[in-house]
Design a protein around this ligand. Sequence first.
Ligand SMILES: Cc1ncc(C[n+]2csc(CCOP(=O)(O)OP(=O)(O)O)c2C)c(N)n1
Ligand SMILES: CC(=O)[C@@H](O)[C@H](O)COP(=O)(O)O
Ligand SMILES: [Mg+2]
Length: 636
Amino acid sequence: MARPLLENVTGPESIRNLNVAQLDQLAVEIRDFLVEAVTRTGGHLGPNLGVVELTLALHRAFDSPRDRLLWDTGHQAYVHKLLTGRKDFSRLRSRGGLSGYPSRQESEHDIIENSHASTALSYADGIAKAHRLRGRTDRHVVAVIGDGALTGGMAWEALNNIAAAKDLPLVIVVNDNGRSYAPTRGGLADHLTTLRTTRGYERFLQWGKDRLRDRPIGGPIYEALHGAKKGLKDFVAPQGLFEDLGLKYVGPVDGHDVQAMETALRRAKSFGGPVIVHCITRKGHGHAPAEAHELDRFHAIGAVKSGAAAPAGPSWTSVFAKEIVSVGAERPDVVAITAAMLQPVGLDGFADAYPDRVFDVGIAEQHAVTSAAGLAMGGLHPVVAVYATFLNRAFDQVLMDVALHRCPVTFVLDRAGATGNDGPSHNGMWDLSFLQVVPGLRIAVPRDAGRLRRQLREALKVSDAPTVVRFPKGTVARDVEPVATIAGMDVLARPAPGTSPEVLLVSIGAMADVALATAERLAAEGVGTTVVDPCWVKPVNPALVRLAAEHQLVVTVEDNGRVGGVGTAIAQAVRDAGVNTPVQVHGLAQKFFDHGSRAEVLAESGLTAADLALAISMENSGTPAPTGVPRLKDVS
Ligand SMILES: Cc1ncc(C[n+]2csc(CCOP(=O)(O)OP(=O)(O)O)c2C)c(N)n1
Ligand SMILES: CC(=O)[C@@H](O)[C@H](O)COP(=O)(O)O
Ligand SMILES: [Mg+2]
């Protein structure tokens, strides 16, 4: 379809003189653009279809970037990007293309790049206070937060502070579509539903809108009714949780009505203190297949390429999903916890089979972990299934609530290692580092489906310590059977007959194929390599230290940040045992990676067979590093 209005949008100022009909037409054009573009590249189609009118109203009521617009989680900022001069979505989430989240290097209109949910209100609190202290009282801060993100604890820590700062010019837009992926759970969600679905209040507003809107005097009366004092709302809707906190509340507003949204936002802006604008939207709005998609309203879709080959095999997640269901039949003490991601982490089958043994705590990873400690203290064995990067925010809970009490909690960390397209805050590259310091906690890193099934069961058998099983995103690696086992470790390859064992290549988890290919390259140079997979990487297996003593060089390869990871722990154990074999540690560079494919992120850190073989050969022969290959000392 032609998109004449969208084509003329070069920045927020372009939409400020459009009339209602033009805005409605522009919304149609934006939706059409999003469906076409995001279907081609993959991305967060549903959330962005739900915020078209909301974003138009925001950029009309406020003056970005002077006014700061913050997007919680940031996956719903595509329309914001379109309205701030970024229309080339052809390489969305691919290296060199637009990020799938706000990006400060892309635009001065973008402020938060972290894709971890429930943070926007805290940023807003800080920025608004900074404006006040710097005398910038004419600048507004607006935070858009979803009903899902509002179930995160940080959001309530922020609200507690914001509510106390009566003169803080801060507008909080609650984008309430009733869903994270699935319908949002919990008492807060129920309260929002009450506000949203109180028929009397909605019907009353609709009556006002229909009858008053087009009359000359109707507008102001409608405005007065819509911006009703508390009395009206109490009369037709229950006392608001937010008002109990001392926050002004405007809404619920139809988030798909640009005019109503703009009116509400301007009213909120005029208050001069913290205000909640509760807007009601529909995820996937305006695109029938998304609206009909019961699972998650096209929350995050893959690229729909005509004729694209089907995935090469099952995903890591699906292997876990199947195994945990069979474990559930054998172990009535096993229960599971998700942080609003039941299906993405593979617990949907378990939930279908054992509905009473799955708990969706909302986007509340800290609560998930300590609640798991409670479940364990109650005699159960909880499985906490989260994306690896999201466990970061529950580190203290793992350390002091689970490990200190030696609770038998099993953490299943999906999307561990380089994920790539979701940008720097989604790479699960931290867990093998920060979990190293947790006393008693044990970590399994399966290399394939067979090991995932086995190690999950091994983890669930541990009754006096927390355990971790972590695996990457995507298609599960092919099964690699060991040629031998040594004290629970799998030997994947030995030096060719007649070749002395020079290099001990320690392959961690899904890096097995890269490690084996590296060993082949080294063998071609006559370098004898033993490839070993420890399977359980924490604590370091003493047999690995003994193997190190039998080789001239130890090389470790892991899909985690280099600093403080498994390789570092092995180097420390080798040193502590008085073994002088040098250890060469390979992992992801300790940096924030630009979005790109998993392969691009791994290659950027030299985690390819070619780069590893070269680095090992150089180390082995002591020759100076050729240009281009990151010397280990050069890669932080
Ligand atoms: C700490 C954290 N946990 C989980 C996620 C994964 N996640 C991304 S979007 C999303 C749902 C967000 O729901 P909501 O805030 O209501 O926004 P909507 O998609 O409905 O617009 C979740 C759980 C995340 N980004 N951050
Ligand atoms: C925004 C967010 O955190 C999730 O939607 C994430 O983007 C999903 O990642 P996967 O596509 O790997 O499930
Ligand atoms: Mg939502």
